[in-house]
Design a protein around this ligand. Sequence first.
Ligand code: AMP
Length: 271
Amino acid sequence: MKAFALPTPVGCVPTMGAFHEGHLALMRQARKECASVVVTLFVNPTQFGPNEDLSRYPRQEEVDTRLAESAGVDLLFIPSAEEMYPRRTTRVCVEEVTSLWEGALRPGHFEGVATVVLKLFNIVRPDVAYFGLKDLQQCAVIRRMVEDLDVPISLRFVETVRDSDGLALSSRNTYLSPEARAIAPEIFRSIALAAQAIGQQQDVDMAIERAVAALTAQGIAVEYLSLVDPITMSPIDRLESGCRLIVAARLDGVRLLDNVGINPDASAKIS
Ligand code: AMP
């Protein structure tokens, strides 16, 4: 392997590919703030459970290469699983912030995420790394790992990019049938309405119950819907500065995640 130096600061955007406007927003933000932008594209097998979608996860390297170029990316790093994992004897385990939500429902998931992200950090050696708030608990895990292990990297968290009907962009949206895609925006609508109610000091439990009922009525199965502290990921029962409403829901066999901040304008984008 040949070593070379990129102009600093170096910004890094870790991804699993199948780029959409959410990924591109992270790349553009990195482009604005950094002299060099490195994007990593690795569908990390260790963060998928045995019954999850690793084998059908969308892959489109050529399209992704063009999209990354269009966002001004300097280097697209696409390692193989063999290169990344000649052995799997060491793992990074972040405790506490992983005890609930995705951490509880997907055992081993965040160990896979933290391990691969630390490996990618050590390979790319960025000054700044970019993550999407769409995956709020992932942000909390990376933040905690960077603090606990004194990783010398600044983190930037970028707000979720949505389709025009409010659905959070996700590579997994391609799994939705046309019928499921038509009702999927209800996930954002319901949490945005609940966030608005909570922002107006209405009862948190009642706002959450209403949102769950609205989703259930549409045939959307809620796995969790809670107000949380975004740093600790602990549930909270009344409005606190910076708190966010998180949801995981399943429709048509597809798991979708979303979350919103609480502020008086949260409803502005809902028709
Ligand atoms: P993924 O390829 O799904 O692992 O995502 C790579 C990065 O893009 C992660 O930091 C995600 O949180 C972020 N991301 C995914 N979807 C969105 C979105 N809709 N808006 C902003 N960032 C996103």
